[in-house]
Design a protein around this ligand. Structure first.
Ligand code: PEP
Ligand code: MG
Length: 542
């Protein structure tokens, strides 16, 4: 039995076998080889295996998401069999007597660099594809096989770190818990774990080299502890606590269908946050009144190219239809910072959290923004849609957004395409937006306070930096006063205010938020009923 402590991201208990998650990118060393021809034939075998895998992925995608999305796997097959690419690999092996893995990695980098420098947007986006196929080839050369996102049985994933795009691709039904060596409690991976109600720990100092797949483990999100090879006694205790958790969950179920109303008659909305269509099931299961934050950028992660207007339209439409008239607030693309997408080709920034992200990208690259807006306006016809814009800092930005929305509206109108301009609000997640919230309130239909970024920017603390977790204090009076200020300014102009950052699910603050006049709290689906319980047991008492 061996135990380690870390920081808890989601309180809950999980017990099961571990799976050690290794990054896709194999560590590649340059090795001198004697027999170049044997190395060249290893490449041939790996290409055949890679093509076979891609064909299987194509067949799966064709069934699940249709031809246009599946086509990317055909493109990858073609790239893998491209003569120039393979000649370059073979030539390098023969000329420099290097191992196949190294030749593939260098050739992949060279070709990706060539594509990235091209003028044409489509060709530039192929850089990510070349990297992807080179990674696949290198994995197969190293005998590592598929990426391993499809776990056969539910497991506790133990990893060095997980990026949002890795997490988003995992089959949530197959994950009992997460344990990572690195990572901050405020990262998007942590948020995803909370969204899925998965016990998770970050900052756990385990040595992955000394662990084996299949080892039994208990993740205790209450104590921030993971135990490997637990004793029979520890397993029995964990079973009892899991049983208790199930009972408490069952008690909360009795609140389903009830109103979010205080003992003295004050009502608020409790909505849920989601990252993709699959999460709508959790929203309905937990009886949320609506979706207060659909992080649409997750549609852009874990893939090799921009989602098309049609793909986005189908996704938004599906969510609206599934929610059957309940409010759905979709946030426009909030990419950048920790949500990096290779095919955007942004390059490295010194300060990505303060960099080219969210609305800034949309205003600078209106084509990307307009594609999403067209999909949103078209989908609006199918339900109760609201749209909100992230990372706003000024009145000018909102005016610029309105200008682009008007253009999209005009274009759809002239083409006679059914659409609707929905209710539109902004995220208040920068101190600047708070300070001009009186002026912003005149322009928008609502505010949704993003406490994750608001805390980061107000306290000057990178939310990704695990060493600063102890300083990251969303209960800081500066944050709470800012929230109050935003509520006052919104209400003065007859606008409503929600909180969609993680602080909205902090049960210690629920009563305070209700008394402040916050109109809506949007939280991880699994938290909805816990909040409802507090609201129904409190009095505003004015
Ligand atoms: C926030 O910043 O509080 C928020 C809800 O947005 P995200 O966590 O996606 O940045
Ligand atoms: Mg944010």
């Amino acid at each position: 039995m061996q135990s380690f402590h870390g920081k808890s991201v989601y309180k809950g208990i999980a017990m099961g076998s571990i799976l050690i998650w290794k990054k896709n990118n194999v560590q590649i060393k340059r090795l001198k080889i004697e027999d170049a021809e044997a190395e060249v034939s290893r490449v041939g075998v790996a290409v055949t295996e890679s093509v076979r895998q891609l064909q299987a992925l194509y067949d799966k995608a064709l069934k699940e998401v249709g031809e246009s999305s599946a086509a990317i796997f055909e493109v990858h097959q073609m790239l893998l069999e491209d003569e120039d690419y393979l000649d370059a690999v073979h030539n390098m092996i023969r000329a420099e007597h290097v191992n196949a893995e190294y030749a593939v990695a260098v050739t992949g980098d060279n070709f990706a660099g060539m594509f990235a420098d091209m003028d044409d947007d489509y060709m530039r986006a192929r850089a990510a594809d070349v990297r992807d196929i080179s990674d696949r080839l290198a994995r197969n050369l190293a005998g590592r096989g598929e990426t391993g996102f499809d776990f056969a049985n539910p497991v506790i994933v133990v990893a060095d770190d997980l990026s949002p795009s890795e997490t988003v691709q995992m089959d949530k039904g197959k994950i009992l818990g997460f344990v990572t060596v690195h990572g901050s409690t405020n990262s998007h991976t942590a948020i995803l774990a909370r969204m899925m109600n998965i016990p998770a720990l970050v900052g756990v100092p385990v040595d992955l080299e000394n662990l084996e797949d299949g080892t039994l483990a208990i993740v205790d999100g209450y104590q921030g502890q993971v135990v490997f090879e637990p004793s029979g006694e520890a397993c029995r205790k964990a079973e009892t606590r899991m049983e208790k958790e199930r009972e408490q969950l069952w008690l909360l179920q009795t609140l389903k269908g009830k109103e979010n109303i205080t003992l003295d008659g004050h009502k608020i909305n409790i909505y849920a946050n989601i990252g993709n269509i699959g999460d709508v099931g959790y929203v309905l299961e937990n009886d949320a009144g609506g979706i207060g934050l659909f992080r649409s950028e997750f549609l852009y992660l874990g893939r090799n190219d921009f989602p098309t207007e049609e793909e986005q339209f189908q996704a938004y439409r599906q969510v609206l239809l599934n929610m059957a008239g309940k409010k759905v607030i979709i946030r426009t693309l909030d990419i950048g910072a920790d949500k990096q997408v290779e095919y955007f080709n942004f390059g490295k920034e010194d300060n990505p959290a303060m960099g080219y992200r969210a609305i800034r990208i949309c205003l600078k690259q209106p084509d990307i923004f307009k594609t999403q807006l067209r999909a949103l306006l078209r989908a609006a016809v199918f339900g109760n849609l609201s749209v909100m814009y992230p990372m706003i800092t000024s009145v000018e930005e909102v005016r610029a957004v309105w200008g682009i929305v008007a253009e999209v509206h005009g274009e759809l109108e002239s083409l006679d395409i059914p659409h609707k301009v929905p209710e539109q609000g902004i995220m208040v997640e920068t101190p600047a937006a708070v300070m001009v919230s009186d002026e912003l309130a005149r322009l928008v239909d609502f505010f949704s306070i993003g406490t994750n970024d608001l805390t980061q920017y107000t306290l000057a603390i990178d939310r990704q930096n695990e060493r600063l977790d102890d300083f990251y204090n969303p209960h800081h009076p500066a944050i709470l006063r800012m929230i109050q200020m935003v509520v006052v300014n919104a209400h003065a102009h007859g606008k409503w205010v929600g909180i969609c950052g993680e602080l909205g699910s902090d049960l210690e603050l629920t009563e305070r938020f209700v008394r402040m006049g916050v109109d809506e709290l949007s939280v991880a689906p699994g938290m909805v009923l816990s909040l409802r319980k507090i609201v129904r047991e409190m009095k505003v008492g004015k």
